[in-house]
Design a protein around this ligand. Structure first.
Ligand code: FMN
Length: 333
């Protein structure tokens, strides 16, 4: 049915064990049992966002997801989580097939600990040199994610990353492209460049199965691409990772939060690592306020530039089918 798309996705589909090599990137608070199972049941690859969960909560979330789908799904762990190795142990206990390590360079021993129980490891890398090193030292697949994406972002556009990374890596390794994909034309294009598959977040965040608050979803449906803006760093000493979200009062609060944390740095009450953790805690709290409580004024409406193409609530299967049909039509052209 999707012959050309599936042929180009072959390595990605084999790697993930799915019908389509389409991952729904982990989204904190959004990517829980319901959305993850719906993605996997629709032939894609759902990923649980562990975020700041405790090992006990992750344990329960994996159990609940397994009850909703018999298809493969993954778990996304944030490398700076203080209990990273305990979370890996929870994944091992459940025989999780794929672990995505996000938020920084995987700490020593983490890739090995995941491979030890037989799971595959997916990593992100900001530079080609680091990507090569990670792939040659044990990581099984790479996700390249561009500036257009929702949530924490890097400085370089997906189109540029694709040109830089795919010609060098795609023959030898499984590479997924993420950031700014809202139409299947783009999926076909990245597959032709050598990608084994794609990862989307924004396009699936407001699916019918997503537990995101109705007001969060409405904000997505109303927004245009230009409303999804990257946060600004106010203090040169405090290197905050930019976050792309819909502009609201919460965006301004982040500026105030940075000033507060910079003052704590000045006073010596926190060191740089604690300062960055403080910033990450701010985001986790702000995202929860918007996604769960529906506070779309003060919470964080993390969204990518593809938000302009998200106009109504649809079941995951409908979104997936449209993306695959569009990709197939593009490749046929
Ligand atoms: C609301 C939201 C929350 C996100 N949270 C996370 C997260 O917790 N961990 C992570 O690795 N990526 C996170 N992301 C990034 C997604 O996994 C995915 O890579 C990204 O959305 C892809 O780009 P797109 O939004 O342009 O499709 C988040 C994205 C959004 C929109």
């Amino acid at each position: 049915m999707y012959n050309k798309t599936h042929a180009l996705m072959r390595r990605g589909r084999e790697f993930l064990g799915t019908e389509h090599a389409v991952l729904c990137g982990a989204m904190s608070w959004v990517s829980e049992r319901n959305l993850v199972a719906a993605i996997s049941n629709a032939g894609g690859f759902g990923v649980i966002a562990c975020g700041a969960m405790t090992p006990e909560l992750l344990d329960a979330e994996i159990t609940a997801t397994k009850a909703l789908t018999a298809k493969p799904f993954g778990v996304n762990l944030i490398t700076m989580h203080p209990l990273l190795f305990d979370l890996i142990a929870v994944c091992a206990k459940h025989g999780v097939s794929h672990v995505v390590l996000a938020g920084g360079i995987p700490p020593k021993g983490s890739v090995e600990a995941i491979k030890d129980f037989g799971a595959k490891v997916l990593v992100f890398a900001p530079t080609l040199a680091l990507a090569k090193r990670l792939l040659r030292t044990g990581a099984d697949a790479l996700v390249i994610e561009g500036h257009e994406a929702g949530g924490h972002i890097g400085p370089v556009a997906t189109s540029v990353l694709a040109q830089e990374f795919l010609p060098e890596l795609a023959d030898e390794f499984v590479v997924f492209v993420a950031g700014g994909i809202g139409h299947g034309d783009m999926i076909g294009a990245y597959l032709e460049m050598g990608a084994s598959g794609v990862q989307l977040g924004t396009a699936f965040a407001c699916a019918s199965e997503s537990i995101a608050h109705p007001l969060f979803k409405q904000a997505f449906f109303r927004a245009n691409a230009r409303d999804a803006v990257a946060s600004v760093q106010v203090d040169p000493r405090l290197p905050v990772i930019p976050v792309r979200a819909l502009k609201n009062k919460g965006t301004e609060e982040f500026t105030a939060k940075q000033r507060e944390v910079a003052a704590m740095l000045d006073a010596g009450t926190v060191d740089m690592e604690q300062a960055q953790l403080e910033i990450e805690r701010f985001w986790a709290g702000a995202l929860r306020r918007a996604v769960i409580d529906g506070d779309v004024e003060n919470g964080s409406l993390m969204a990518g530039q593809s938000v302009g193409m998200v106009n109504s609530e649809e079941p995951v299967a409908t979104i997936m089918q449209r993306l695959m049909e569009q990709s197939e039509a593009a490749l046929a052209r």
